[in-house]
Design a protein around this ligand. Structure first.
Ligand code: BGC
Length: 722
């Protein structure tokens, strides 16, 4: 297997936002953007906290960034050498994804001679509260140097500032800043301690929002001076409070334990591809990101759509987790997948409240879910580029398919793990409540004998308020089917839970209603050309090309959907919709139908969401066309490797990492190319590798057992590991 490193050898101020994502590090409790130590908030450094949110005035609620303990810069002869202001002579930045270590090396020509700064840092994978950093300075001259290092409480925010109070402290060699959020009074504390093994004059400088140690020393030419820093981040709402005394932590142990933890994670998660280094690298880079954001050792937390790369999309959880990410976790760390589902179980009251708000029964999960299932999405979620006014969008009220995604994820998880116990621990109730929500959406016309669902937004967000979106209706049907099936299972295996729920819901009656709903819901069939119409009237819309629609834009950042977006009145769609449905329910359609729909919809798809390419890729695999699947797979796997992802929706910044795309790439590799299916609790592979791939090797956990899967051409070897 090739080296797993991303690296740049030059500096570009324009790439600061991209590199923040590209070099991201994290441990599930927080994400650390791949920015440089000297950056203050205008260059978007952040330690983005999982599951902590705050609202300032009437701005969007969003996740909170901790006081930044990386903040460090160096001065020579009282002049600060920091990027981007001080031009450098050389610069490199690197992320070793094998062990989660971020490195940078920069040289400046100072008035006294050449100065070299290098740093290594990591978010500990073993101690979720900890960050370690080594900061080194070397000069080719003898002279006075000062390293300033400490905590910056003036953090980057999109809709902040979130800390209404900052307590800046120094006590017994430990410095700290505690920020208190305005809305709920949650505290986030960053403490740090440093170790140096050279003679220096160290003092501490405090200001309202910053605390810095000033390390002054006389540098000897050619000698390297190292500052080792340990930081601990904790909050008043931690699942596992931080009990460490920072003064007793050994830097070297912290580092080696983190490396060991990464080794263990990679042992189960690495995917080897024989014959394609580029794809192998891109896929493992995607897996790296999924590993950085997994809520390990956390209770009932889920993963935001932009991972832990910042406050974009309000740090909120979307259907992305259930449809695109959970597959990876349930086969590499099922406890993480369980935690993701636990989040939905725990937040059901939020979903119930939302259903009620719209006059529905059951549970309607938030489109942008925050803590407690709070709906972070607003009715005006895009800002019009021309008028600068918020535009009415219907993501919040009409994207009903989110609840069905939760149920679909329960089904996938149970099939992969055999953990039916989750049904008795809140799972069945969650599923019943989701099915209840869809039942209250069903409409029956006097002259038709089937149920319809009107006025929805499907995955293709460019067409709002449509009727009988085939994706939504089929997913609702699945939800009814699973509610019936799992109620039967619980009756048979978890009698106590059944009795409890029966008191509340009258399960016999409810199951009958769900059964009828499943049988009678209208799911559009292929027309005479074998194509399924995305929603009522879609075929009547202007049939044009993506390029033609793009050419109508007056501003690159213009939103394509909404009331008068360039795509709204055309057949151009944002992302996989019918194709996503076909990938989910492939056993119900012939290869011919799947192919015809792929061929119809792909040229009409903008792929304006990073969730799109993997779905098309997967369907290509299911139609036996791995070579057509391949470029779309690569696009999905490279979402955070390459510049060029969408950064704007109207005037709203949407840049950040793309974990759904990364999870989607894993799904294509394992379920598409390797052809994984779980039959009777065991993995079976029917591979169809792209032409130039010679083989694949990876591990999987299925029903609690670890399997090593080796594919060579069409030969498959599946070995159970002890
Ligand atoms: C997509 C949604 C997705 C969201 C977050 C949007 O652009 O259309 O399907 O859930 O991004 O990734």
């Amino acid at each position: 297997m090739n080296e797993l490193k991303v690296r740049v050898n030059e500096y570009s101020k324009d790439k600061i936002p991209f590199h923040g994502n590209h070099f991201l590090n994290g441990n599930g409790y927080f994400g650390v953007r791949g920015t440089l130590e000297e950056y203050s908030k205008e260059y978007m450094p952040c330690i983005n906290m999982a599951g902590i949110y705050d609202q300032v005035e009437d701005k969007w609620r969003e996740s909170v960034n901790a006081p930044n303990p990386l903040y460090t810069y160096v001065s020579v002869d009282n002049k600060k050498y920091a990027l981007p202001e001080a031009e450098c002579v050389s610069h490199s930045q690197e992320l070793d994804i094998d062990c989660g270590i971020h490195k940078r090396e920069t040289e400046w020509d100072t008035v006294c001679g050449r100065l070299k700064v290098s740093s290594k840092r990591f978010a500990s994978m073993a101690n979720q509260h900890a960050i370690g950093m080594e900061y080194q300075v070397t000069t080719d001259f003898n002279g006075a140097v000062e390293i300033s290092t400490g905590i910056d409480g003036d953090v980057w925010d999109i809709n902040g500032p979130h800390f209404v109070k900052l307590d800046v402290c120094e006590s017994d060699h430990v410095i700290s800043i505690t920020g208190t959020t305005g809305e709920k009074g949650i505290t986030v504390t960053t403490q740090e301690i440093i170790r140096i093994d050279f003679d220096a004059d160290v003092s501490v400088e405090k200001s309202e929002k910053r605390i810095l140690r000033k390390i002054k020393f006389h540098a000897q030419k050619g000698f390297t001076y190292t500052v080792k820093k340990i930081a601990l981040i904790s909050s008043s709402v931690d699942d596992h409070p931080c009990r460490d005394d920072i003064r007793t932590i050994s830097y070297d142990e912290l580092k080696s334990e983190s490396i060991k933890a990464w080794e263990k994670i990679w042992d189960i998660s690495k995917v080897e591809i024989d014959g394609d280094d580029e794809a192998e690298f891109a896929l493992n880079y995607s897996i790296y990101h999924l590993n950085c954001i997994a809520p390990r050792k956390l209770k009932g937390k889920s993963i935001p759509a932009r991972g832990l790369s910042g406050q974009v999309y309000k740090g909120a959880v979307f259907w992305d987790t259930e449809m695109f990410m959970i597959d990876y976790y349930m086969h590499t760390d099922p406890a993480v997948a369980r935690t993701l589902l636990q989040y939905r179980i725990d937040t059901i009251d939020g979903a119930r409240r939302k259903a009620k708000e719209y006059g529905l029964n059951g549970a309607y999960y938030a489109w942008e879910s925050q803590e407690g299932g709070f709906e972070g999405c607003s009715d005006y979620n895009v800002v019009d580029v021309f008028t600068k006014r918020p535009m009415r969008t219907h993501f919040r009220d009409k994207q009903y398919h989110v609840s069905a995604a939760v149920v679909y994820a329960f089904m996938k998880y149970i099939n992969a793990t055999g953990d039916y116990g989750i049904l008795a621990e809140g799972g069945l109730e969650t599923i019943i409540e989701c099915a209840g929500m869809y039942r209250s959406l069903l409409l029956k016309k006097a002259d038709r004998d089937c149920f319809e669902i009107h006025d929805v937004v499907g995955p293709d967000e460019y067409h709002e308020r449509v009727n009988n979106n085939v994706y939504t209706n089929r997913m609702a049907k699945h939800c009814f089917e699973k509610a019936v099936e799992y109620t039967g299972y619980v009756k048979e295996h978890f009698a106590e839970c059944y009795t409890e729920l029966d008191k509340k819901y009258d399960l016999v009656k409810l199951s009958k209603l769900f059964q009828i709903s499943a049988e009678q819901i209208y799911v559009k069939e292929p027309d005479e050309n074998g194509v399924i119409e995305q929603f009522d009237g879609y075929f009547k819309l202007e049939d044009t090309s993506v390029d033609a629609v793009r050419s109508r834009l007056l501003d690159d950042r213009e939103y394509w959907g909404g009331a008068y977006g360039v795509a709204s009145q055309t057949q151009i769609i944002k992302q996989a919709d019918v194709v996503a449905m076909l990938s989910m329910f492939k056993e119900e359609y012939t290869t011919d139908i799947m192919r015809k729909n792929w061929l119809y919809y792909e040229p009409r798809t903008e792929h304006g969401s990073s969730l799109s390419a993997c779905m098309y890729s997967l369907l290509s695999c299911y139609t036996g066309d791995a070579d057509t699947a391949y470029p779309l797979f690569l696009k999905s796997a490279k979402a955070d490797l390459l510049l060029g992802g969408k950064e704007w929706a109207g005037l709203v910044y949407i840049g950040g990492t793309h974990p759904a795309s990364e999870g989607g790439a894993w799904i294509v590799a394992v379920k598409g190319f390797a052809g994984l299916e779980i039959i009777d609790g065991k993995p079976i592979c029917k591979p169809q590798l792209p032409n130039h791939w010679k083989g694949m090797k990876f591990k999987l956990i299925v029903h609690g057992k670890v399997y090593c899967i080796q594919i060579k051409g069409n030969d498959v070897k599946i070995e159970e590991q002890n």
